[in-house]
Design a protein. Structure first.
Length: 228
């Protein structure tokens, strides 16, 4: 396992700026790249109901970030968030919700001095890793456009379907509802497989409607929210 993560200086500055912009709430986001070297910055909105001490990434932003990563051939390398008034060390909750042993958890503080540190968290064991700062080109994938396009896709999907009923592919719709374990582990961000399933649904051309398309969407959204 890599003991350092390589991050462009500009992205470290962008994380600090994000933390300041939402202070006193926590910011959150993802970093992606290849071979341990980050070059894409994905700020996400914090949808937690208690954003001053928790972070839960907006599902819409998360889907878009994952999609963008894959389309750009990048891997998720780090999850960052801020502790506006805490130390740059994972909290108990951070440790309990750390389901990605192969990504780095970056924590930014602002006070008394801005500081960022990186950790691996595996089986509730925290080990600090180094941040290698490089001058390298990087790019931000903004969260706002992400939200807009996710909404557009959802609206497209819930448009009334044509009356023609093809073979009753009880299909993806039922599959996703039944395959998902009732008490899915709460993970942040969403497991890649889940994102892929949701994407499949959103990308699917006019599904033969078995029943209540809007109800189905609501069920999915409710289920997704329960994971966050
Ligand atoms: Zn935290």
């Amino acid at each position: 396992m890599e003991r350092t993560i390589t991050v462009p200086r500009g992205i470290l500055k962008a994380i600090e700026d994000h933390a300041r912009a939402v202070n006193p709430e926590e910011c959150c986001g993802l970093l992606s790249g290849n071979d341990g070297a980050v070059d894409l910055f994905h700020p996400l909105r914090n949808n937690s109901s208690d954003p001053k001490s928790r972070y839960f990434a907006s599902p819409e932003d998360l889907f878009e970030a994952m999609r963008e990563m894959r389309s750009q051939g990048r891997n998720m390398l780090a999850i960052y968030h801020s502790h506006p008034n805490g130390s740059a060390y994972p909290s108990q909750i951070d440790i309990e919700l750390a389901f990605y042993p192969h990504v780095a958890y970056l924590i930014q503080t602002l006070a008394p001095e801005p500081e960022i540190r990186a950790f691996r968290i595996e089986a509730r064991t925290v080990s600090e890793i180094g941040i290698e700062i490089v001058e390298r080109e990087w790019r931000e994938v903004p969260a706002l456009s992400a939200a807009a396009s996710a909404v557009a896709r959802t609206e497209e999907f819930v448009k009334p379907a044509p009356a023609v009923i093809e073979e009753p592919r009880v299909s993806i719709q039922e599959e996703i509802v039944t395959e998902v374990p009732a008490e899915a582990e709460v993970a942040e961000p969403l497991p890649v497989e889940v994102v892929e399933e949701i994407e499949e649904i959103l990308a699917a051309p006019a599904q033969p409607v078995v029943e209540e398309p809007a109800g189905f969407i609501e069920r999915i959204i409710r289920r997704v929210r329960s994971w966050l």
